[in-house]
Write a protein that binds this ligand. Structure first.
Ligand SMILES: Nc1ncnc2c1ncn2[C@@H]1O[C@H](COP(=O)(O)OP(=O)(O)OP(=O)(O)O)[C@@H](O)[C@H]1O
Length: 371
C-alpha cells in the first residue's frame, strides 16, 4: 500500500525529560584528560568551543562511538551507550546518532539520493520507502533537482546539505556537527548557515555543534559550552558569555579585551598595579571587559576628559572586517579597532608609540566569582 507520503522511520525522539543526552565524558590519553559533563535537552543545540587541543574532537569521538570512555557515562534517550563501570558499550552503527563532518564524507559512488537513503535502508526501510524518504529530505533541503547527481557534481554547499539530509534522515536522537561550515567559502557559508539554522530549529533531537567560529556558535546554538585543557571553563547562553567572558580565550572569541583585578568602587587595580576606572561600582575581585572599538588611539596624551589613558606601543595590525585591529603593549595589552582612514591619518605602524584611551562608561566590570 502506498499513501503517497514518504515513509517515516517511526523512531521519533522518545521523551527523555529535560535531558535527552546525559553524559559525563571522561577520557585519559597520555597526559591529556577530558572531563566533560554534558547534557542536552530535546530540541536544544549546544555549541562546543575551545582552542586547539582543548578536547573537542575527543568529545565528539566518544559520542559517535569511535573512542571508548575511560570513566563516566554516556546515556542517550534513556539508553546507556557507554558506561565503563557497567561494561556497556554500543558500537557506532547502533547508536541513534547522525554525524555531519566538515568535509561531508559522502559516498562518492552513490547519487545524492542514495547517499541520503543509505541510513534509512540500514534502519530497515525497504528500497522504495528509503528512497521516498530521501527524496523528501532532499526537497526540504532545496536539492530535489540534484537528487541524481554524484557528490563530485555538487558544489560544496550542496554537498554539505546532502550530508545534513543524510544525518537527519534517520531521525537521530543526537545530531553531531563537526565544523560543518568550515570548508565553505564565505558566501556559501552565509547561505548554508541560514539553512542549517532552519533545519536545526526543526530537529526534535539534541544537537551538538563543534566549531571554531564564534559566529556559527552564536547564530546556531542555544547554549555554549567552552572547554580548555579538557575541562569546562564557561557555559551559558550567548548573551551571558558575550557580556561576561571569564577567560582570555572566551574574551578573544567574543572580541573583547579582558582583565582581572581588584575593585574599590569605580577603580579597579590590575595585577601589575595599573588602574582602570569603570562605569560599574564593585568591591573585590572583578573582571573588566571592553570591546576594541571602545579604545581610541591618539598621537599625544589626550587631555581633559575623565578617561583611562596610557602610553602604548603598536605590535601588530590586521584587517578586521571593514576596520583595522591594532594590537598594543604597554601597562596592559589591548586590541583597538580603528578605521583605515584614522590609521592612515595617525600613520599607525608596528613599533610606533601612541596613547590609548577608553571611557569609563564603555567598560564593564563584573564579579570574578561565578554566579
Ligand atoms: N591518538 C591520540 N593519542 C594521544 N593523545 C591524543 C590523541 N589524539 C589527540 N590527543 C591529545 O588529546 C588532546 C585533545 O585533542 P583534540 O583533538 O580532542 O582537541 P580539539 O579541541 O579537537 O583540537 P582542534 O581544535 O585542534 O581539533 C590534545 O592534547 C591531543 O594532543
Amino acid at each position: 500500500m502506498t499513501t503517497g507520503r514518504p515513509a517515516s522511520l517511526g523512531q521519533s525522539v522518545p521523551a527523555a525529560g529535560p535531558r535527552l543526552l546525559d553524559a559525563h565524558l571522561v577520557v585519559d590519553r597520555d597526559s591529556f584528560r577530558l572531563d566533560l559533563p554534558l547534557t542536552i535537552a530535546p530540541g536544544e543545540v549546544v555549541a562546543l568551543l575551545g582552542p586547539n587541543g582543548a578536547g573537542k574532537t575527543t568529545a565528539l569521538r566518544t559520542l559517535a562511538g569511535l573512542l571508548p570512555l575511560s570513566a563516566g557515562h554516556l546515556t542517550l534517550a534513556g539508553r546507556d551507550l557507554d558506561h565503563p563501570v557497567r561494561r556497556t558499550w554500543t558500537p557506532p552503527e547502533r547508536r541513534p546518532i547522525g554525524v555531519v563532518f566538515q568535509d561531508y564524507l559522502l559516498f562518492p559512488h552513490l547519487s545524492a539520493l542514495d547517499n541520503v537513503a543509505f541510513g534509512p535502508r540500514r534502519h530497515g526501510l525497504d528500497r522504495r520507502q528509503a528512497r521516498d524518504l530521501a527524496a523528501d529530505w532532499l526537497t526540504r533541503m532545496g536539492l530535489a533537482e540534484h537528487a541524481r547527481r554524484k557528490p563530485r557534481e555538487l558544489s560544496g554547499g550542496q554537498a554539505q546539505r546532502v550530508a545534513l539530509a543524510r544525518a537527519l534522515a534517520v531521525e537521530p536522537a543526537l545530531l553531531l556537527l563537526d565544523e560543518p561550515l568550515a570548508a565553505l567559502d564565505a558566501r556559501t557559508r552565509l547561505d548554508t548557515r541560514a539553512q542549517l539554522q532552519r533545519h536545526l530549529a526543526a530537529h526534535a533531537g539534541a544537537a551538538l555543534l563543534v566549531t571554531h567560529d564564534p559566529l556559527d556558535a552564536l547564530v546556531l546554538a542555544d547554549r555554549l559550552v567552552v572547554i580548555e585543557h579538557g575541562r569546562v571553563v564557561q557555559e551559558g547562553d550567548a548573551a551571558t558569555i558575550t557580556a561576561r567572558p571569564r577567560t582570555d580565550y572566551v574574551a578573544r572569541l567574543v572580541g573583547l579585551n579582558l582583565y582581572r583585578g581588584y575593585a574599590d568602587g569605580h577603580r579597579v587595580r590590575l595585577g601589575d598595579g595599573f588602574e582602570l576606572t569603570t562605569g560599574d561600582h564593585h568591591e573585590g575581585e572583578v573582571f573588566v571587559a571592553f570591546p576594541p572599538s571602545a579604545v581610541a588611539l591618539h598621537p599625544r596624551r589626550p587631555d581633559g576628559s575623565p578617561r583611562n589613558t596610557w602610553p602604548a606601543t603598536i605590535t601588530g595590525i590586521q584587517q578586521h572586517g571593514d576596520n583595522l585591529r591594532i594590537q598594543l603593549v604597554g601597562p596592559i595589552e589591548v586590541a583597538a579597532d580603528v578605521t583605515p582612514a584614522a590609521a592612515t591619518q595617525l600613520r599607525l605602524a608596528p613599533g610606533q608609540p601612541v596613547w590609548a584611551a577608553v571611557k569609563a562608561a564603555e567598560t564593564r566590570a563584573y564579579p570574578a566569582a561565578p554566579g
